[in-house]
Design a protein around this ligand. Structure first.
Ligand SMILES: Nc1nc2c([nH]c(=O)n2[C@H]2C[C@H](O)[C@@H](COP(=O)(O)OP(=O)(O)OP(=O)(O)O)O2)c(=O)[nH]1
Ligand SMILES: [Mg+2]
Length: 317
């Protein structure tokens, strides 16, 4: 039987979103491959304690702001001068630290833009993590139906100024003409902010209207047998069958809802965070929590393994 090694991993992230990778030093297994700083959790240590010790040993810094994120299990074969083993990686965001970064083990450092990494190869266990990092922590969903166009566009402008990076347009009440007009206005507003927009609709409609992506509702998700081309693709899921299908199509992300009861579905009691965590930790694709979310739930959602939160009403306050 292979042993399971517990590892604490630090995603050092600057306020502009760039994160740090380091090359594995010579003399270790997988030497030269890129990884996040970190290392094995020693007996009697908590993952947080190991994270701080490893940051001090490998980088010469002391993390002062730590946020737990995804846990990921991976089976390494016996290759690249390393024995076969299973690792359980505990990822943490580190967004503030004391001291100057210094490569204490002779590593090379590379700050990576979340959407355009430029070093390789990265340790294979990390591929889904890098993908998740290419998505922002907040996914907003439009609400023209309740707010009206003028109030919605004013709220959108405020959120773009606050850093909104991902938006779903979900306005099935509009005629084709009205949707085309609204889409043009919104895409024009979002472009200078590099905020990516997905249409809740069909891939054909999304492409025709100039969206960067499509968001499939759970019914559309289940009739697709392949990921639509040339678009960022997300899907709404409410159970494990739908999540498994979204993963088998290798979609960019899923929404899982309702986590908490919401005014729009008062009859549904909500999955709760415990079941959310259980389902999400079995998946490789990033998942946003939806249903009763507001900005103050973000850290909890991250600690439950979500990429972030999706909000409809809560996104425009
Ligand atoms: N640090 C780090 N390890 C990772 C990442 N992804 C990944 O699969 N791993 C694996 C590789 C290793 O098998 C294990 C970490 O072990 P390590 O050899 O770096 O441990 P360590 O820093 O404590 O060093 P040592 O005990 O060998 O001296 O976790 C990652 O992003 N960062
Ligand atoms: Mg290490």
């Amino acid at each position: 039987m292979t042993k399971c090694v517990q590892v604490a991993v630090a995603i050092l992230q600057k306020s502009n979103g760039e994160y740090l990778l380091a090359s594995r030093p010579q003399g270790k297994g997988w030497a030269g491959w890129w990884e996040f700083p970190g290392g094995k959790i020693e007996q009697g240590e908590s993952p947080e304690q190991a994270l701080i010790r490893e940051a001090q040993e490998e980088l010469g810094i002391t993390p002062t702001q730590i946020q737990p994120w995804i846990k990921r299990r991976y089976d390494y074969p016996a290759t690249h001068d390393a024995e076969a083993k299973t690792v359980l990686l505990h990822f943490f965001f580190v967004t503030a630290w004391q001291g100057e970064l210094h490569p204490h083990e002779g590593q090379q450092f590379a700050w990576q833009h979340p959407q355009q990494g430029n070093v390789s190869p990265v340790l294979p266990a990390n591929a889904p993590i890098m993908h998740a990092l290419s998505l922002p922590p907040v996914y907003a969903i439009s609400n023209v139906a309740e707010m009206g166009t003028t109030a919605f566009l004013a709220a959108l402008q405020r959120q773009l100024d606050n850093g909104l990076q991902l938006l779903q347009i979900r306005e099935s009440q509009l005629s084709d003409d009205a949707l085309a007009r609204l889409s043009e206005t919104i895409l024009h507003m979002c472009a200078p902010y590099h905020c990516r927009c997905l249409l809740n609709g069909t891939p054909e409609q999304a492409k025709q209207l100039g969206y960067q992506g499509v968001h499939l509702n759970s019914h559309r998700l289940m009739v697709h047998s392949q990921k639509p081309d040339h678009l960022l693709v997300g899907a709404s899921c409410h159970d494990q069958t739908q999540l498994a299908h979204a993963q088998s199509l290798q979609l960019d992300f899923a929404l899982l809802s309702p986590v908490l009861p919401t005014p729009s579905h008062p009859e549904a009691s909500g999955l709760g965070w415990e079941r959310f965590t259980e389902w999400v930790n079995e998946l490789e694709i990033p998942v946003y929590a939806l249903g009763g979310m507001q900005a103050s739930y973000l850290l909890l959602a991250l600690a439950c393994g979500a990429r972030g939160i999706a909000m409809q009403r809560g996104g425009w306050i």
